[in-house]
Design a protein around this ligand. Structure first.
Ligand code: FAD
Length: 482
Protein backbone atom coordinates (compact mmCIF):
# COMPACT_ATOMS: atom_id res chain seq x y z
CA UNK A 1 0.00 0.00 0.00
CA UNK A 2 1.13 3.57 -0.58
CA UNK A 3 2.05 5.70 2.41
CA UNK A 4 -0.89 7.48 4.09
CA UNK A 5 0.82 10.77 3.29
CA UNK A 6 0.71 10.24 -0.47
CA UNK A 7 -1.71 12.48 -2.41
CA UNK A 8 -5.31 11.63 -3.25
CA UNK A 9 -6.49 12.35 -6.78
CA UNK A 10 -10.10 13.53 -6.99
CA UNK A 11 -11.32 12.84 -10.48
CA UNK A 12 -14.09 15.33 -11.36
CA UNK A 13 -16.57 14.31 -14.05
CA UNK A 14 -20.26 15.26 -13.73
CA UNK A 15 -19.88 16.68 -10.22
CA UNK A 16 -18.43 20.12 -10.90
CA UNK A 17 -18.93 21.56 -7.42
CA UNK A 18 -17.16 21.81 -4.10
CA UNK A 19 -20.22 21.63 -1.82
CA UNK A 20 -21.95 18.31 -1.19
CA UNK A 21 -19.22 16.57 -3.12
CA UNK A 22 -18.55 13.29 -1.26
CA UNK A 23 -15.38 12.39 -3.19
CA UNK A 24 -13.83 15.80 -2.54
CA UNK A 25 -14.89 15.80 1.13
CA UNK A 26 -13.47 12.31 1.68
CA UNK A 27 -10.17 13.40 0.14
CA UNK A 28 -10.07 16.52 2.31
CA UNK A 29 -10.85 14.51 5.45
CA UNK A 30 -8.01 12.11 4.73
CA UNK A 31 -5.64 14.95 5.59
CA UNK A 32 -3.51 14.06 2.56
CA UNK A 33 -2.59 16.38 -0.29
CA UNK A 34 -5.39 16.62 -2.83
CA UNK A 35 -5.03 16.71 -6.61
CA UNK A 36 -8.30 17.67 -8.29
CA UNK A 37 -8.27 16.65 -11.95
CA UNK A 38 -10.62 16.95 -14.89
CA UNK A 39 -9.89 14.90 -18.00
CA UNK A 40 -11.34 15.88 -21.36
CA UNK A 41 -11.90 12.43 -22.81
CA UNK A 42 -13.57 12.37 -26.22
CA UNK A 43 -12.67 8.72 -26.82
CA UNK A 44 -14.46 6.75 -24.10
CA UNK A 45 -17.97 8.05 -24.84
CA UNK A 46 -17.75 7.05 -28.53
CA UNK A 47 -20.64 8.64 -30.40
CA UNK A 48 -21.86 10.28 -27.19
CA UNK A 49 -18.93 12.62 -26.76
CA UNK A 50 -20.10 16.03 -25.50
CA UNK A 51 -21.96 18.06 -28.12
CA UNK A 52 -21.34 21.69 -29.03
CA UNK A 53 -23.62 23.34 -26.46
CA UNK A 54 -22.37 21.06 -23.67
CA UNK A 55 -18.79 21.98 -24.52
CA UNK A 56 -19.62 25.66 -24.17
CA UNK A 57 -21.10 24.96 -20.75
CA UNK A 58 -18.18 22.78 -19.71
CA UNK A 59 -15.67 25.51 -20.48
CA UNK A 60 -17.41 27.98 -18.19
CA UNK A 61 -18.22 25.46 -15.50
CA UNK A 62 -14.58 24.37 -15.30
CA UNK A 63 -13.48 27.99 -15.07
CA UNK A 64 -15.74 28.43 -12.08
CA UNK A 65 -14.68 25.16 -10.42
CA UNK A 66 -10.99 25.91 -10.95
CA UNK A 67 -11.39 29.23 -9.21
CA UNK A 68 -13.22 27.64 -6.23
CA UNK A 69 -10.59 24.91 -5.88
CA UNK A 70 -7.76 27.39 -6.06
CA UNK A 71 -9.37 29.41 -3.28
CA UNK A 72 -9.47 26.23 -1.16
CA UNK A 73 -5.76 25.70 -1.75
CA UNK A 74 -5.60 22.92 -4.37
CA UNK A 75 -5.31 24.08 -7.97
CA UNK A 76 -7.16 21.98 -10.54
CA UNK A 77 -5.15 19.94 -13.02
CA UNK A 78 -6.52 19.66 -16.55
CA UNK A 79 -5.59 16.77 -18.80
CA UNK A 80 -6.97 15.46 -22.07
CA UNK A 81 -7.00 12.10 -23.81
CA UNK A 82 -8.05 8.64 -22.79
CA UNK A 83 -9.08 8.74 -19.12
CA UNK A 84 -7.20 5.59 -18.15
CA UNK A 85 -3.90 6.75 -19.63
CA UNK A 86 -4.29 10.29 -18.31
CA UNK A 87 -4.95 9.01 -14.79
CA UNK A 88 -2.05 6.55 -14.99
CA UNK A 89 0.23 9.35 -15.99
CA UNK A 90 -0.97 11.56 -13.16
CA UNK A 91 -0.54 8.77 -10.60
CA UNK A 92 3.03 8.28 -11.83
CA UNK A 93 3.88 11.97 -11.79
CA UNK A 94 2.39 12.64 -8.36
CA UNK A 95 3.01 9.39 -6.50
CA UNK A 96 -0.70 9.42 -5.59
CA UNK A 97 -1.84 6.50 -3.46
CA UNK A 98 -5.58 6.94 -3.95
CA UNK A 99 -8.11 7.99 -6.57
CA UNK A 100 -11.60 9.08 -5.51
CA UNK A 101 -14.55 9.88 -7.77
CA UNK A 102 -18.31 10.27 -7.77
CA UNK A 103 -20.18 7.68 -9.78
CA UNK A 104 -21.51 8.13 -13.35
CA UNK A 105 -24.22 5.86 -14.74
CA UNK A 106 -23.87 6.01 -18.53
CA UNK A 107 -22.96 2.60 -19.98
CA UNK A 108 -19.66 3.83 -21.45
CA UNK A 109 -18.73 5.57 -18.19
CA UNK A 110 -19.48 2.50 -16.10
CA UNK A 111 -17.37 0.31 -18.34
CA UNK A 112 -14.53 2.84 -18.30
CA UNK A 113 -14.66 3.21 -14.51
CA UNK A 114 -14.72 -0.55 -13.92
CA UNK A 115 -11.60 -1.01 -16.04
CA UNK A 116 -9.79 1.87 -14.38
CA UNK A 117 -10.74 0.65 -10.93
CA UNK A 118 -9.39 -2.87 -11.55
CA UNK A 119 -6.22 -1.56 -13.07
CA UNK A 120 -5.54 0.88 -10.20
CA UNK A 121 -6.42 -1.67 -7.53
CA UNK A 122 -4.07 -4.18 -9.13
CA UNK A 123 -1.33 -1.64 -8.43
CA UNK A 124 -2.40 -1.19 -4.81
CA UNK A 125 -3.88 2.23 -5.43
CA UNK A 126 -6.88 2.83 -3.20
CA UNK A 127 -10.02 3.56 -5.25
CA UNK A 128 -13.18 4.91 -3.70
CA UNK A 129 -16.38 5.93 -5.43
CA UNK A 130 -19.42 7.79 -4.08
CA UNK A 131 -22.97 8.74 -4.97
CA UNK A 132 -23.16 12.46 -5.66
CA UNK A 133 -25.88 12.83 -8.26
CA UNK A 134 -28.89 10.70 -7.38
CA UNK A 135 -31.43 10.41 -4.58
CA UNK A 136 -31.52 6.65 -5.14
CA UNK A 137 -28.98 4.70 -7.17
CA UNK A 138 -30.52 2.30 -9.70
CA UNK A 139 -29.55 -0.94 -7.99
CA UNK A 140 -31.28 0.15 -4.78
CA UNK A 141 -34.74 0.49 -6.35
CA UNK A 142 -36.54 -2.75 -7.20
CA UNK A 143 -40.15 -3.83 -7.44
CA UNK A 144 -41.63 -6.65 -5.33
CA UNK A 145 -40.31 -9.28 -7.74
CA UNK A 146 -36.83 -7.82 -7.45
CA UNK A 147 -36.88 -6.37 -10.98
CA UNK A 148 -36.25 -2.78 -12.02
CA UNK A 149 -39.31 -0.58 -12.37
CA UNK A 150 -40.39 0.15 -15.92
CA UNK A 151 -43.22 2.51 -15.03
CA UNK A 152 -42.63 5.89 -13.43
CA UNK A 153 -45.46 6.12 -10.85
CA UNK A 154 -44.63 2.98 -8.85
CA UNK A 155 -40.92 3.77 -9.22
CA UNK A 156 -41.40 7.20 -7.72
CA UNK A 157 -43.81 5.97 -5.01
CA UNK A 158 -41.17 3.50 -3.96
CA UNK A 159 -38.32 6.03 -3.97
CA UNK A 160 -40.39 8.81 -2.38
CA UNK A 161 -41.68 6.67 0.49
CA UNK A 162 -38.15 5.90 1.65
CA UNK A 163 -36.53 9.17 0.74
CA UNK A 164 -33.99 10.32 3.29
CA UNK A 165 -30.97 11.62 1.43
CA UNK A 166 -29.40 13.16 4.55
CA UNK A 167 -27.83 16.54 5.08
CA UNK A 168 -25.76 17.96 2.22
CA UNK A 169 -22.05 18.23 2.91
CA UNK A 170 -20.40 21.60 3.40
CA UNK A 171 -17.47 22.46 1.15
CA UNK A 172 -14.12 21.50 2.68
CA UNK A 173 -12.72 24.49 4.59
CA UNK A 174 -9.36 24.05 2.86
CA UNK A 175 -7.40 21.56 0.82
CA UNK A 176 -3.75 20.64 1.10
CA UNK A 177 -1.94 20.86 -2.24
CA UNK A 178 0.96 18.52 -3.12
CA UNK A 179 4.44 19.99 -2.55
CA UNK A 180 5.25 20.28 -6.24
CA UNK A 181 2.74 21.76 -8.68
CA UNK A 182 1.63 19.36 -11.38
CA UNK A 183 1.55 20.35 -15.03
CA UNK A 184 -1.89 21.27 -16.29
CA UNK A 185 -3.21 21.89 -19.78
CA UNK A 186 -4.70 25.24 -20.65
CA UNK A 187 -8.51 25.28 -20.75
CA UNK A 188 -8.48 27.82 -23.58
CA UNK A 189 -6.46 25.39 -25.74
CA UNK A 190 -9.22 22.80 -25.60
CA UNK A 191 -11.32 24.77 -28.07
CA UNK A 192 -14.56 24.14 -26.21
CA UNK A 193 -15.95 27.54 -27.15
CA UNK A 194 -17.27 28.22 -30.64
CA UNK A 195 -15.44 30.88 -32.59
CA UNK A 196 -16.39 31.19 -36.24
CA UNK A 197 -19.31 31.62 -36.08
CA UNK A 198 -19.87 32.23 -32.38
CA UNK A 199 -23.26 30.52 -32.26
CA UNK A 200 -23.31 30.66 -28.46
CA UNK A 201 -23.70 34.45 -28.17
CA UNK A 202 -27.32 33.95 -27.10
CA UNK A 203 -26.29 31.62 -24.27
CA UNK A 204 -24.42 34.24 -22.30
CA UNK A 205 -27.31 36.46 -21.18
CA UNK A 206 -29.29 33.39 -20.12
CA UNK A 207 -26.83 31.22 -18.21
CA UNK A 208 -24.20 31.38 -15.51
CA UNK A 209 -22.54 27.97 -15.54
CA UNK A 210 -20.93 26.91 -12.28
CA UNK A 211 -21.86 26.22 -8.70
CA UNK A 212 -22.66 29.83 -7.81
CA UNK A 213 -24.88 30.14 -10.89
CA UNK A 214 -26.74 26.97 -9.90
CA UNK A 215 -27.34 28.30 -6.41
CA UNK A 216 -28.63 31.62 -7.78
CA UNK A 217 -30.96 29.74 -10.11
CA UNK A 218 -32.36 27.73 -7.20
CA UNK A 219 -32.87 30.84 -5.08
CA UNK A 220 -34.55 32.67 -7.97
CA UNK A 221 -36.84 29.71 -8.60
CA UNK A 222 -37.98 29.55 -4.98
CA UNK A 223 -38.54 33.32 -4.99
CA UNK A 224 -40.76 33.26 -8.08
CA UNK A 225 -41.56 30.27 -10.31
CA UNK A 226 -41.90 27.60 -7.63
CA UNK A 227 -45.12 29.10 -6.29
CA UNK A 228 -46.75 28.51 -9.68
CA UNK A 229 -45.00 25.26 -10.50
CA UNK A 230 -47.73 22.62 -10.25
CA UNK A 231 -50.27 24.62 -12.24
CA UNK A 232 -47.92 26.56 -14.48
CA UNK A 233 -45.00 24.31 -15.39
CA UNK A 234 -46.53 23.66 -18.82
CA UNK A 235 -46.50 27.35 -19.79
CA UNK A 236 -43.50 28.18 -21.97
CA UNK A 237 -44.45 31.86 -21.88
CA UNK A 238 -43.87 32.03 -18.10
CA UNK A 239 -40.70 31.57 -16.03
CA UNK A 240 -42.33 28.95 -13.84
CA UNK A 241 -39.81 26.09 -14.12
CA UNK A 242 -36.41 26.06 -12.47
CA UNK A 243 -34.08 25.89 -15.53
CA UNK A 244 -31.77 23.87 -13.29
CA UNK A 245 -31.33 21.07 -15.85
CA UNK A 246 -27.84 21.99 -17.13
CA UNK A 247 -26.66 22.67 -13.58
CA UNK A 248 -27.97 19.26 -12.53
CA UNK A 249 -26.44 17.54 -15.53
CA UNK A 250 -22.98 18.93 -14.81
CA UNK A 251 -23.38 18.32 -11.10
CA UNK A 252 -23.09 21.96 -10.09
CA UNK A 253 -25.91 21.27 -7.67
CA UNK A 254 -27.00 17.93 -6.27
CA UNK A 255 -30.52 16.53 -5.93
CA UNK A 256 -29.76 16.14 -2.23
CA UNK A 257 -29.13 19.90 -1.95
CA UNK A 258 -32.36 20.52 -3.84
CA UNK A 259 -34.26 18.12 -1.58
CA UNK A 260 -32.90 19.84 1.54
CA UNK A 261 -33.80 23.27 0.13
CA UNK A 262 -37.34 22.13 -0.66
CA UNK A 263 -37.81 21.04 2.95
CA UNK A 264 -36.91 24.55 4.09
CA UNK A 265 -39.32 26.40 1.78
CA UNK A 266 -42.14 23.84 1.67
CA UNK A 267 -44.58 26.14 3.51
CA UNK A 268 -43.73 29.19 1.43
CA UNK A 269 -44.02 27.55 -1.99
CA UNK A 270 -46.88 25.22 -1.02
CA UNK A 271 -47.00 21.47 -0.61
CA UNK A 272 -48.41 20.76 -4.05
CA UNK A 273 -45.70 22.73 -5.81
CA UNK A 274 -42.97 21.21 -3.65
CA UNK A 275 -44.06 17.64 -4.36
CA UNK A 276 -44.62 18.23 -8.07
CA UNK A 277 -41.15 19.72 -8.41
CA UNK A 278 -39.63 16.85 -6.48
CA UNK A 279 -41.42 14.36 -8.72
CA UNK A 280 -39.80 15.96 -11.78
CA UNK A 281 -36.44 15.38 -10.14
CA UNK A 282 -37.89 11.88 -9.81
CA UNK A 283 -38.22 11.64 -13.61
CA UNK A 284 -34.52 12.34 -13.83
CA UNK A 285 -33.87 9.48 -11.42
CA UNK A 286 -36.23 7.25 -13.40
CA UNK A 287 -34.40 7.98 -16.66
CA UNK A 288 -31.07 7.04 -15.07
CA UNK A 289 -32.72 3.90 -13.76
CA UNK A 290 -33.84 2.99 -17.29
CA UNK A 291 -30.45 3.70 -18.82
CA UNK A 292 -28.70 1.69 -16.13
CA UNK A 293 -30.88 -1.38 -16.60
CA UNK A 294 -31.38 -1.04 -20.35
CA UNK A 295 -28.05 0.33 -21.60
CA UNK A 296 -29.12 0.33 -25.26
CA UNK A 297 -31.84 2.90 -24.60
CA UNK A 298 -30.07 5.74 -26.49
CA UNK A 299 -29.62 3.65 -29.63
CA UNK A 300 -32.39 1.06 -29.75
CA UNK A 301 -36.16 1.01 -29.41
CA UNK A 302 -37.03 -0.27 -25.98
CA UNK A 303 -40.08 -1.93 -27.58
CA UNK A 304 -38.73 -4.13 -30.40
CA UNK A 305 -41.88 -3.80 -32.47
CA UNK A 306 -40.76 -0.25 -33.36
CA UNK A 307 -37.76 -1.73 -35.19
CA UNK A 308 -40.08 -2.18 -38.17
CA UNK A 309 -41.50 1.33 -38.08
CA UNK A 310 -41.57 2.87 -41.58
CA UNK A 311 -39.49 5.98 -40.85
CA UNK A 312 -38.96 8.39 -43.74
CA UNK A 313 -35.53 9.77 -44.65
CA UNK A 314 -36.39 13.38 -45.49
CA UNK A 315 -33.37 15.65 -45.12
CA UNK A 316 -35.22 18.78 -46.24
CA UNK A 317 -37.91 18.30 -43.60
CA UNK A 318 -35.29 17.52 -40.96
CA UNK A 319 -33.46 20.73 -41.82
CA UNK A 320 -36.70 22.75 -41.68
CA UNK A 321 -37.37 21.31 -38.22
CA UNK A 322 -33.82 21.97 -36.98
CA UNK A 323 -33.85 25.56 -38.16
CA UNK A 324 -37.38 26.42 -37.00
CA UNK A 325 -38.86 26.75 -40.49
CA UNK A 326 -41.71 24.23 -40.45
CA UNK A 327 -44.49 26.81 -40.78
CA UNK A 328 -45.96 25.71 -37.43
CA UNK A 329 -45.26 28.63 -35.09
CA UNK A 330 -45.04 26.78 -31.76
CA UNK A 331 -42.65 24.23 -33.29
CA UNK A 332 -40.52 26.93 -34.88
CA UNK A 333 -40.50 28.98 -31.67
CA UNK A 334 -39.19 26.00 -29.71
CA UNK A 335 -36.48 25.11 -32.22
CA UNK A 336 -35.31 28.72 -32.34
CA UNK A 337 -35.30 29.00 -28.55
CA UNK A 338 -33.12 25.88 -28.52
CA UNK A 339 -30.69 27.23 -31.10
CA UNK A 340 -30.42 30.63 -29.47
CA UNK A 341 -30.24 29.69 -25.79
CA UNK A 342 -29.28 25.98 -25.74
CA UNK A 343 -32.48 25.15 -23.85
CA UNK A 344 -36.16 24.62 -24.55
CA UNK A 345 -39.17 24.47 -22.26
CA UNK A 346 -40.33 20.91 -21.52
CA UNK A 347 -43.83 21.29 -22.99
CA UNK A 348 -42.34 22.61 -26.21
CA UNK A 349 -39.75 19.81 -26.27
CA UNK A 350 -42.69 17.40 -26.28
CA UNK A 351 -44.45 19.31 -29.06
CA UNK A 352 -41.39 19.55 -31.34
CA UNK A 353 -40.45 15.92 -30.70
CA UNK A 354 -43.96 14.74 -31.49
CA UNK A 355 -43.93 16.85 -34.67
CA UNK A 356 -40.65 15.35 -35.88
CA UNK A 357 -41.64 11.79 -35.12
CA UNK A 358 -45.32 11.81 -36.00
CA UNK A 359 -45.95 14.63 -38.47
CA UNK A 360 -42.69 14.12 -40.35
CA UNK A 361 -42.22 10.39 -39.62
CA UNK A 362 -38.53 11.02 -38.97
CA UNK A 363 -36.77 8.53 -36.69
CA UNK A 364 -36.63 9.74 -33.07
CA UNK A 365 -32.87 9.12 -33.09
CA UNK A 366 -32.43 12.07 -35.50
CA UNK A 367 -34.11 14.33 -32.95
CA UNK A 368 -32.13 12.82 -30.11
CA UNK A 369 -28.91 13.52 -32.02
CA UNK A 370 -29.84 17.15 -32.71
CA UNK A 371 -30.79 17.75 -29.09
CA UNK A 372 -27.54 16.10 -28.01
CA UNK A 373 -25.55 18.68 -29.93
CA UNK A 374 -27.65 21.76 -29.18
CA UNK A 375 -28.90 21.41 -25.59
CA UNK A 376 -26.81 22.78 -22.74
CA UNK A 377 -28.51 20.17 -20.56
CA UNK A 378 -27.92 17.29 -23.02
CA UNK A 379 -28.04 14.21 -20.84
CA UNK A 380 -27.85 10.67 -22.15
CA UNK A 381 -30.42 9.27 -19.73
CA UNK A 382 -32.98 12.09 -19.86
CA UNK A 383 -32.64 12.68 -23.57
CA UNK A 384 -33.01 9.07 -24.68
CA UNK A 385 -35.81 8.29 -22.21
CA UNK A 386 -37.72 11.42 -23.25
CA UNK A 387 -37.36 10.81 -26.99
CA UNK A 388 -38.52 7.24 -26.62
CA UNK A 389 -41.35 8.43 -24.37
CA UNK A 390 -42.64 10.74 -27.08
CA UNK A 391 -42.07 8.15 -29.83
CA UNK A 392 -44.12 5.61 -27.91
CA UNK A 393 -41.30 3.12 -28.23
CA UNK A 394 -40.01 3.48 -24.66
CA UNK A 395 -40.86 2.10 -21.27
CA UNK A 396 -43.95 3.79 -19.78
CA UNK A 397 -44.21 5.81 -23.01
CA UNK A 398 -46.99 8.02 -24.35
CA UNK A 399 -49.03 5.90 -26.76
CA UNK A 400 -47.92 6.42 -30.35
CA UNK A 401 -51.46 7.27 -31.44
CA UNK A 402 -51.55 10.31 -29.12
CA UNK A 403 -50.45 12.90 -31.64
CA UNK A 404 -50.02 16.47 -30.46
CA UNK A 405 -51.87 19.01 -32.54
CA UNK A 406 -49.34 21.86 -32.84
CA UNK A 407 -52.11 24.41 -33.35
CA UNK A 408 -54.17 23.64 -30.26
CA UNK A 409 -51.05 22.98 -28.17
CA UNK A 410 -49.83 26.47 -29.01
CA UNK A 411 -53.21 28.01 -28.22
CA UNK A 412 -53.53 26.16 -24.93
CA UNK A 413 -50.06 26.57 -23.46
CA UNK A 414 -49.15 29.96 -24.92
CA UNK A 415 -52.61 31.54 -24.72
CA UNK A 416 -51.53 35.14 -25.24
CA UNK A 417 -48.96 34.21 -27.87
CA UNK A 418 -46.06 35.78 -25.96
CA UNK A 419 -43.77 32.78 -26.49
CA UNK A 420 -44.40 32.50 -30.22
CA UNK A 421 -44.11 36.27 -30.72
CA UNK A 422 -40.76 36.30 -28.92
CA UNK A 423 -39.17 33.56 -31.02
CA UNK A 424 -41.00 34.03 -34.33
CA UNK A 425 -41.07 37.82 -34.56
CA UNK A 426 -41.90 37.85 -38.27
CA UNK A 427 -45.47 36.83 -37.44
CA UNK A 428 -45.77 38.84 -34.22
CA UNK A 429 -48.35 41.23 -35.65
CA UNK A 430 -50.89 38.50 -36.38
CA UNK A 431 -53.98 38.52 -34.18
CA UNK A 432 -54.01 35.69 -31.59
CA UNK A 433 -56.67 33.84 -33.56
CA UNK A 434 -54.22 33.17 -36.40
CA UNK A 435 -50.95 33.12 -34.52
CA UNK A 436 -50.72 29.34 -34.47
CA UNK A 437 -52.14 28.91 -37.97
CA UNK A 438 -51.07 31.84 -40.14
CA UNK A 439 -52.24 30.05 -43.29
CA UNK A 440 -55.85 30.47 -42.11
CA UNK A 441 -55.57 34.26 -42.12
CA UNK A 442 -56.91 35.87 -45.28
CA UNK A 443 -54.83 38.12 -47.54
CA UNK A 444 -55.85 41.33 -45.79
CA UNK A 445 -54.88 40.15 -42.32
CA UNK A 446 -51.59 38.74 -43.60
CA UNK A 447 -50.82 41.99 -45.46
CA UNK A 448 -51.64 44.08 -42.38
CA UNK A 449 -49.33 41.87 -40.32
CA UNK A 450 -46.55 42.29 -42.91
CA UNK A 451 -46.47 38.60 -43.77
CA UNK A 452 -46.01 37.01 -47.16
CA UNK A 453 -46.47 33.28 -46.60
CA UNK A 454 -43.81 31.25 -48.32
CA UNK A 455 -41.50 34.30 -48.32
CA UNK A 456 -41.35 36.00 -44.93
CA UNK A 457 -42.59 32.91 -43.08
CA UNK A 458 -42.94 29.36 -44.48
CA UNK A 459 -46.14 27.67 -45.52
CA UNK A 460 -46.67 24.61 -43.29
CA UNK A 461 -44.38 21.82 -44.52
CA UNK A 462 -47.10 19.24 -43.93
CA UNK A 463 -50.86 19.46 -43.55
CA UNK A 464 -51.75 18.61 -39.96
CA UNK A 465 -54.67 16.33 -40.68
CA UNK A 466 -53.01 14.49 -43.55
CA UNK A 467 -49.84 14.04 -41.49
CA UNK A 468 -51.84 12.76 -38.54
CA UNK A 469 -53.64 10.19 -40.71
CA UNK A 470 -50.34 9.09 -42.25
CA UNK A 471 -48.79 8.61 -38.80
CA UNK A 472 -51.72 6.57 -37.60
CA UNK A 473 -51.48 4.37 -40.71
CA UNK A 474 -47.77 3.86 -40.11
CA UNK A 475 -48.51 2.81 -36.56
CA UNK A 476 -51.30 0.52 -37.73
CA UNK A 477 -48.80 -1.20 -40.05
CA UNK A 478 -46.81 -2.18 -36.97
CA UNK A 479 -49.86 -3.62 -35.34
CA UNK A 480 -50.86 -5.51 -38.51
CA UNK A 481 -47.38 -6.98 -38.78
CA UNK A 482 -47.46 -8.13 -35.14
P1 FAD B 1 -38.02 21.67 -14.04
O1 FAD B 1 -39.44 21.52 -14.43
O2 FAD B 1 -37.67 22.81 -13.19
O3 FAD B 1 -37.59 20.30 -13.36
C1 FAD B 1 -36.51 20.18 -12.44
C2 FAD B 1 -35.53 19.14 -12.92
O4 FAD B 1 -36.14 17.86 -13.03
C3 FAD B 1 -34.96 19.41 -14.31
O5 FAD B 1 -33.92 20.33 -14.25
C4 FAD B 1 -34.53 18.03 -14.75
O6 FAD B 1 -33.30 17.68 -14.21
C5 FAD B 1 -35.61 17.14 -14.14
N1 FAD B 1 -36.68 16.90 -15.10
C6 FAD B 1 -37.76 17.67 -15.35
N2 FAD B 1 -38.55 17.08 -16.29
C7 FAD B 1 -37.95 15.94 -16.63
C8 FAD B 1 -38.26 14.89 -17.55
N3 FAD B 1 -39.38 14.90 -18.27
N4 FAD B 1 -37.40 13.86 -17.67
C9 FAD B 1 -36.27 13.82 -16.93
N5 FAD B 1 -35.93 14.77 -16.04
C10 FAD B 1 -36.75 15.82 -15.89
N6 FAD B 1 -33.80 16.90 -19.76
C11 FAD B 1 -32.47 16.96 -19.58
O7 FAD B 1 -32.03 17.29 -18.47
N7 FAD B 1 -31.60 16.66 -20.58
C12 FAD B 1 -32.03 16.28 -21.82
O8 FAD B 1 -31.19 15.98 -22.69
C13 FAD B 1 -33.43 16.25 -22.06
N8 FAD B 1 -33.92 15.93 -23.28
C14 FAD B 1 -35.28 15.92 -23.49
C15 FAD B 1 -35.77 15.59 -24.75
C16 FAD B 1 -37.15 15.57 -24.99
C17 FAD B 1 -37.67 15.19 -26.36
C18 FAD B 1 -38.03 15.90 -23.95
C19 FAD B 1 -39.52 15.88 -24.18
C20 FAD B 1 -37.57 16.21 -22.69
C21 FAD B 1 -36.18 16.21 -22.43
N9 FAD B 1 -35.66 16.53 -21.16
C22 FAD B 1 -34.31 16.56 -20.97
C23 FAD B 1 -36.56 16.64 -19.99
C24 FAD B 1 -37.06 18.06 -19.66
O9 FAD B 1 -37.58 18.68 -20.80
C25 FAD B 1 -36.00 18.95 -19.05
O10 FAD B 1 -35.33 18.30 -17.98
C26 FAD B 1 -36.63 20.24 -18.49
O11 FAD B 1 -37.29 20.92 -19.52
C27 FAD B 1 -35.56 21.11 -17.89
O12 FAD B 1 -36.11 22.32 -17.50
P2 FAD B 1 -36.17 22.73 -15.98
O13 FAD B 1 -34.84 22.55 -15.36
O14 FAD B 1 -36.78 24.09 -15.93
O15 FAD B 1 -37.18 21.66 -15.39
Amino acid sequence: MSPPTSPVIVWFRQDLRIKDNPALSAAAESGRPVIPVFILDDESPGKWKAGGASRWWLHHSLTSLASDLKALGAPMVLRSGHSASALDQLVKESGAGAVFWNRCYEPHARERDEDIKSSLKARNIDVQSFNASLLAEPWTVKNKSGDPFRVFSPFWRSVRSELDPGTPLEAPSSLKAPDAALPSENLGDWGLLPTQPDWAKGFEPVWTPGEAGARDRLIGFFDHGARHYAGGRDRPDKPYTSALSPHLHFGEISPRQIFAAIQLVRDEIGEKNAEKFLSEIGWREFSVNLLFHFPHFPERNYQDKFDNFPWIDNQAALKAWQTGQTGYPIVDAGMRELWTTGWMHNRVRMIVASFLIKHLLIDWREGEKWFWDTLVDADLANNSASWQWVAGSGADAAPYFRIFNPITQGEKFDPDGDYVRKWVPEIARLPNKYLNQPWEAGPLILKEAGIELGKTYPEPIVDHKAARDRALMAFQSLKDAA
